[in-house]
Design a protein around this ligand. Structure first.
Ligand SMILES: C[S@@+](CC[C@H](N)C(=O)[O-])C[C@H]1O[C@@H](n2cnc3c(N)ncnc32)[C@H](O)[C@@H]1O
Length: 394
């Protein structure tokens, strides 16, 4: 067989499909043998004004980098450097020691990016060491420690159960919303559900105090943890902290077993219940059973808070031809809307939920196509006991 075939449930995020660069470098393998790639996401510099916030991209500017005058947002790692910097030298025996650089791809790919994996490091390197290697090169240091570059390790073309290892457009939309409304989240405690690579949590930590960045499965949580460490410099100035934790919507309680990686301490559980004022979730409604369990978890959490909590959910409507309906539709989206309605109609005497569709008129700080299928929803969960106390005290 000379054609590469994918398992029928293999999916590739559009974020990784439409690449401006021709090289895709594989940095290492995950513990389950999946190739890991590195992408850089540039946050637009403040100098770009628009009517909204004094920041972000106007439509004409979306393809232009403020610094380099070309498309640079969401750039795949360009670790190869320039050929002029390669200096051959003699080893101890006097042999010529030549450093081989990855070759530029000269094949005409008909306008599509070719994936040319090159292993730079096969073992799982110590992150501090990794940083030192980067520090050796001035350009890299400037590039990677810049506060407007988010570096994300991710995989490409995963089976459905590993979609969290890719970055999805919903994460970029939610990140844009956070960057457009930093004061809303300033100093807050946040829960990110189904955080995947952690990009949205990292952006949130540029303004929030504590972000509980949660997902399920050690492999995705390890990838996420690495990304948090890789981007520490972005959160340093604000003191925001990202805590990577296991939160499985299919389980009722949080794991507090100290022997388990990504478990919660008793203090963290208390902090989550006492102080979470926002819950965010990007692109987590693509399977009806999972959507049900997500909403059940949202209900369970919000109805046990003694304060108001606001939930932001971003999603992308993915249209498919349905044999059941004999038409193009998005069943996962219909189910999501059904869950929203159920939540809004709920009368349990403890909590009231209101649902709003958030218009996408906020600035774009990251480069991706803001297609019309992208949506952002806001759910406000008000504790009735809290409201009663408030009105009694007035
Ligand atoms: C499409 S990915 C979105 C990842 C990330 N938010 C983004 O937009 O790039 C869906 C995420 O939901 C997570 N997820 C699926 N089932 C889950 C469950 N039962 N509990 C917690 N997270 C779950 C997946 O692991 C994955 O990270």
């Amino acid at each position: 067989m000379d054609q590469i075939t994918f398992k029928h449930d293999t999916v590739l995020s559009d974020v990784h499909m439409h690449r401006p660069n021709s090289h895709h470098f594989m940095t290492r393998l995950t513990s389950v043998g999946q190739p890991v790639f590195m992408s850089r996401f540039r946050i637009l510099a403040e100098s770009r004004d628009d009517s909204n916030s004094g920041k972000g991209l106007t439509n004409e500017e979306k393809q232009i980098s403020p610094k380099k005058g070309r498309v640079t947002f969401h750039e795949q790692d360009e670790e190869e450097g320039s050929q002029e910097n390669v200096e051959p030298f003699l080893d101890e025996d006097g042999d010529l020691d030549v450093t081989h650089r990855p070759r530029k791809n000269s094949v005409d790919d008909g306008g599509r990016d070719l994936v040319c994996p090159i292993i730079l490091q096969q073992s799982v390197p110590d992150l501090e060491q990794d940083e030192e290697i980067v520090d050796d090169e001035d350009d890299e240091e400037e590039h990677d420690c810049s506060k407007d570059i988010i570096r994300i390790e991710h995989t490409m073309a995963t089976p459905l159960e590993d979609v969290g290892k890719q970055v999805w457009r919903g994460a970029l939309l939610l990140a844009d919303f956070i960057l457009s409304n930093p004061d809303t989240f300033r100093g807050a405690t946040i829960l990110d559900m189904g955080a995947g690579t952690g990009l949205t949590s990292i952006v949130m930590a540029t303004t929030a105090k504590t972000v509980y960045c949660t997902d399920v499965g050690d492999d995705v949580l390890r990838l996420c943890s690495r990304n948090v460490v890789l981007n520490k410099h972005i959160m340093e100035s604000t003191g925001g902290e990202v805590k990577v934790k296991q939160l499985n919507w299919l389980q009722h309680s949080l794991c507090t077993d100290v022997d388990m990686e990504f478990s919660w301490t008793e203090e963290e559980v208390a902090d989550l219940y006492d102080n979470t004022s926002f819950i965010i979730a990007a692109d987590v409604c693509y399977d009806d059973d999972l959507t049900d369990s997500l909403f059940r978890t949202l209900y369970r959490l919000c109805s046990s808070f003694n304060h108001t909590c606001t939930v932001f959910i971003s999603l992308e409507k993915r249209m498919n031809f349905s044999l059941r309906h004999m038409d193009v539709c998005c069943e996962a989206y219909s189910h999501f809307k059904h869950c929203l309605t159920q939540l809004q109609d709920l009368e349990d005497g403890r909590c009231r939920f209101t649902v709003e569709h958030v218009p996408l008129n906020f600035s774009q700080f990251l480069l991706y196509e803001r297609i019309e299928q992208l949506e952002l929803w806001k759910v406000t969960a008000s504790s009735l006991a809290f409201e009663q106390t408030q009105s009694d005290s007035n």
